[in-house]
Write a protein that binds this ligand. Structure first.
Ligand SMILES: [Zn+2]
Ligand SMILES: [Zn+2]
Length: 267
């Protein structure tokens, strides 16, 4: 037995592999029981912004907000609501830094891309020029130690066979925490937070892009990122996230308050 294998076995003795969500002992980072408990966000949802709609809504509808103000994204989709096991997985990945969850969660994103064609009013998530992760500000990334959108995008890129452009869309403004802000305040808060890094501006023109992030809350951040790309000449910008804030009529909305609090103020 070589030294590195021996070292691995010693580590496993003290830190045996566990499910990153429920801590069940086992080899899998996302155990079969947790995986089976993931509830996909299926129609009806708004065919534009992807928000969950009351089960009584029709299958091909626009939500009131998109009817009033068309969003910057040409189609936003999420794997599931920000509740239950998926919410737990996202929080543990981010705040407990359970990086082993990145691969199974990235694979869920790839699965969602594959499923899109089977839902009403599909958007071509699998025919984009490149994936662009919604980046953290360098200071926040340094504090957390990793940028979850970038790591998830790498898994998605490999699993779905899509190009990934890192460090093309960058965060130029370190925005204060969004928690407790109204939708309008959030929009103001993230205004001009992103930029297309020189010399990549020409690569954006005429292309279709898929923005990837972990959570879609009010959409202020993703819509601002999309606005930046649209202004740089992108043809269409789509968005894909793991979770999406549960609507007020959903039980999940009761537990998600405070989920965005993830660092000392000002970082
Ligand atoms: Zn589990
Ligand atoms: Zn909508």
């Amino acid at each position: 037995m070589d030294v590195s294998r021996l070292w691995e076995e010693i580590l496993e003795l003290f830190f045996p592999p566990r499910c990153g969500v429920c801590d069940l002992l086992g080899e899998e980072a996302f155990c079969p029981a947790c995986r089976a408990a993931v509830e996909l966000l299926t129609p009806p949802y708004c065919v534009s912004c992807g928000r969950a709609l009351m089960p009584s809504a029709g299958a091909e509808v626009l939500c009131g907000e998109c009817r009033l103000t068309p969003p910057e994204t040409a189609g936003a989709r999420s794997v599931g609501l920000h509740s239950g096991v998926l919410r737990q997985a996202v929080l543990r990945m981010k705040f407990d830094r359970r990086r082993e969850l990145i691969r199974p969660l990235g694979q869920l994103l790839a699965e969602r891309v594959r499923l899109e064609a089977s839902y009403p009013h599909p958007v071509p998530l699998d025919h984009v020029t490149a994936i662009l992760p919604v980046p953290l500000h360098p200071r926040r990334r340094a504090w957390r130690g990793f940028d979850q959108a970038v790591l998830l995008s790498r898994v998605l890129s490999r699993a779905a066979g899509l190009s990934l452009w890192e460090n093309v869309l960058v965060r130029v403004k370190n925005t204060p925490q969004q928690i407790g802000l109204s939708s309008e305040q959030r929009r103001q808060n993230v205004r001009h937070a992103f930029a297309v890094r020189r010399p990549h501006q020409d690569r954006i023109r005429g292309g279709d892009f898929l923005l990837v992030d972990d959570v879609y809350t009010t959409g202020a951040t993703l819509q601002e990122a999309a606005r930046t790309l649209n202004r740089a000449g992108a043809q269409r910008v789509y968005a894909l996230t793991l979770t999406r804030t549960a609507p007020t009529w959903h039980l999940g909305s009761l537990v998600q308050l405070g989920d965005e609090e993830d660092g000392p103020p000002g970082i």
